[in-house]
Design a protein. Structure first.
Ligand code: G6P
Length: 346
């Protein structure tokens, strides 16, 4: 197994580092299926999307991308919740199932529920021999190679790329998907890893952290906080910046650490305002942005990419931050306590 990890101390670091190339390969093993999926979705009356954990966070990004670029409304369903939502699926709908392993019991159960209504299953999956693929009319591949680390990293960015490709197909290339540029951006972030490692050291004794993002960056805030929970056992909470004033601001003081996802897009000014409000309460701010600001105590800079591609890039520094914090705390980042790579029981 060590030989397979090669030069890397852990699978998780290896898998994070593979992303400049895995995002370029995503979906390439199933190009025809992406066309088929796009065509079915375009003609469907109702479209749902489901997943668990990280795959559900990818589903939330999908909702945003489908609505903004393809002008199609899709409903995200948390797989473990489907059984408690009576009549959740309209007859003869499409359910997009997102799963790295294709074996999560909750996802397979949701697929079953949808099938009973005559719905068609379209899946986005890494393991092409999995149960989910057998249950699907169309299966699109992540094509990112085996993911060993329990916390999903490269599978998440590959899920996003497959989603981008479906949406881009439906809107006739309106996204202008420049994956080479995103790949270069991720390479740059990884090559600046020493800065992220330094910031991780500052988190050594931190027990709570908030992750803020608005719009399409809110699901990335959720995914970032999931990485921090899984790898470092820090209590992390993803929040939409505008909700601060409706409660969480009460928690901000000089012991608080807040990660702000703030690329230079339409969310920038509002997110910066949130950062200032938090800073005024004495909290420490870690800014993830392509723009410097005096409000950040620590600035993790990301290269500028086209607006639609920021989510793909901005998750990477958070993955690295969570990884280094886990190592600093002497936790095994590959096999977090109490968690399994694939949860095949309900
Ligand atoms: C487990 C893993 C998570 C993963 C989730 C969904 O909880 O620990 O990392 O996101 O399952 O897995 P899937 O294989 O369905 O994407």
């Amino acid at each position: 197994a060590d030989a397979y990890k090669g030069e890397y101390a852990h699978y998780t670091l290896k898998e994070i580092s593979e992303q400049p190339s895995t995002i370029l390969n995503a979906g390439n093993n199933t190009r025809l299926e992406i066309d088929l999926a796009a065509d079915s979705i375009k003609h469907a009356k109702n479209v749902y999307i489901t997943g668990s954990g990280t795959s559900y966070n990818a589903a939330l990004i999908a909702k945003f991308l489908f609505s903004k670029y393809a002008k199609i409304k899709i409903d995200p369903v948390i797989s473990s919740e489907a059984q408690f939502s009576p009549d959740i699926f309209e007859e003869k709908s499409i359910l997009i199932a997102v799963s790295q392993s294709g074996e999560s019991a909750d996802v397979l159960e949701t697929v079953n529920i949808a099938k009973k209504t005559g719905s068609k299953i379209i899946s986005i999956v890494n393991i092409m021999t999995s149960s989910l693929v057998h249950q699907s009319s169309v299966a699109m591949g992540l094509n990112c190679g085996p993911e060993i680390g329990v916390a999903a990293t490269k599978s998440f960015t590959s899920q996003l790329v497959v989603i981008y490709k479906i949406v881009d197909n439906i809107c006739n290339g309106c996204i202008g998907l420049d994956l080479t540029n995103a790949s270069e951006a991720i390479k740059k972030i990884i090559s600046n890893d020493s800065k992220i490692k330094e910031v991780a050291k500052r988190l050594k004794n931190v027990s709570d952290i908030y992750v803020l993002g608005r719009g399409i960056h809110y699901p990335i805030a959720l995914e970032g906080s999931l990485k921090l929970k899984e790898l470092t056992y820090i209590h992390a909470e993803g929040l939409p910046g505008g909700e601060l004033k409706h409660g969480p601001l009460a928690l901000m003081d000089s012991n608080s650490y807040v990660l702000i996802i703030n690329p230079n897009d339409s969310t920038y000014n509002d997110t910066l305002t949130s950062a200032r409000e938090i800073k005024a309460r004495g909290a420490k701010i870690i800014g993830i942005s392509d723009m410097p600001s005096d409000v950040y105590d620590y600035w993790l800079d990301i290269p500028s990419v086209s607006e639609s591609l920021y989510p793909l890039v901005e998750i990477v520094p958070i993955q690295l931050l969570a990884y280094h914090s886990a190592v600093d705390r002497d936790f095994d980042p590959d096999y977090p306590r109490n968690l399994a790579k694939s949860v095949t029981v309900k």
